[in-house]
Design a protein around this ligand. Structure first.
Ligand code: F6P
Length: 324
């Protein structure tokens, strides 16, 4: 391998820049050329690239977002799009790729690699933490801290006004962000897609809280939760059934994707990305790097895509005990 390409794709996440820096610097360390593609697969199709050396990535380890930008490419879903991307890579002399992103990125990379015999290694970067083969994805820890900080602020106003707040957090179909931020922020209830609490139990629980003397409450709702059609309808339902509650809704939205990466995410991104380049230089292909029990490991992209990263349901029990 003489020249490695890299890109960031899908929803951005804090720590992607730390990953870019680590890929580029590892290439420099091993005297391999490195080129970055803008906007993920879209830039590979357009041939929109930039040569990167150790100095190109100075002062980005602490920056949120991604200097290579990101996109979700529809064109890459077509054979023609992938063919164009492979042609561009060959013309540029790129003989392997590091793909930083989530499952959509890995699915694209896997098809691409099989069709065009270009080795790829995936680095898991998404705030959702919904990737099999790694206990943590890059950006998840920062997003959790952002959410907890936001809920702490909501709690201030909730308790000043004796209000009930429904706080919707991201996570797509996974409840990692909701469950862990909910415990960290001391939420009354946590609603996640993996476990259907049911409206009756939610009402019971809120009723019990009131009887126990709580005057304000926070319910963390994962965006993928199916209990209500959406968080606003859920809040309306609760207001209708428990009229003594003065309920409000806050949707945290994309602030969860921004901000300076936490130290944990910077270190994780650095470790995973050094390993990604070393695997390619070792002749390995079509793998995803991950961190399991604090060790950097790898699994096939196939396994990463087929497996399911399960949440720890014991945390729900812990949350129930602690919200007594
Ligand atoms: O996958 C990351 C994520 O932020 C999800 O939590 C969320 O469902 C989705 O991306 C939002 O996507 P977009 O930025 O395209 O609206």
């Amino acid at each position: 391998v003489k020249k490695i390409g890299l890109m960031t794709s899908g929803g951005d996440s804090p720590g992607m820049n730390a990953a870019i820096r680590a890929v580029v610097r590892t290439c420099a360390y091993y005297h391999v050329e490195c080129v970055g593609y803008y906007r993920g697969f879209q830039g590979m199709i357009a041939g929109d690239s930039i040569p990167l050396n150790a100095r190109s990535v100075r002062n980005i380890v602490n920056q949120g977002g991604t200097i290579l930008q990101s996109a979700r490419s529809k064109d890459f879903l077509t054979e023609e799009g992938r063919k164009k991307a492979a042609e561009n890579l060959r013309n540029e002399g790129v003989d392997a790729m590091v793909l930083i992103g989530g499952d959509g990125t890995f699915r694209g990379g896997q098809v691409f690699s099989k069709e065009h015999k270009i080795p790829v290694i995936g680095v898991p970067g998404t705030i959702d933490n919904d990737i099999f083969g790694t206990h943590y994805t890059i950006g998840y820890d920062t997003a959790l801290n952002t959410v907890v900080e936001a809920i702490d602020k909501i709690r201030d106003t909730a308790s000043s006004h004796n209000r009930l707040f429904f706080v919707e957090v991201m996570g797509r179909d996974a409840g990692f962000i909701a469950l862990n931020s909910g415990i960290g922020a001391g939420a009354e209830e946590i609603l996640i897609p993996e476990e259907d609490l049911g409206m009756d139990r939610l009402l019971d629980s809120l009723e019990r809280s009131r009887r126990a003397g709580k005057t304000s409450s926070i319910v963390v709702v994962s965006e993928g939760d199916k209990i209500g059609k959406n968080v606003f309808e859920l809040a309306d339902y609760v207001k209708e059934n428990l009229p003594y509650y003065d309920a409000r809704v806050t949707v945290l939205g994309h602030i969860q994707r921004g901000g300076r990466p936490s130290c944990f995410d910077r270190v994780l991104a650095s470790r995973l990305s050094v390993k990604a380049v070393e695997l390619l230089l070792d002749g390995k292909k079509n793998l995803m790097v991950g961190m399991m029990n604090n060790e950097i490991e790898s699994c096939s992209l196939d396994q990463a895509l087929k497996g399911k990263h399960n949440i720890n349901k014991d945390l729900l029990r812990i949350s129930e005990i602690l919200s007594t």
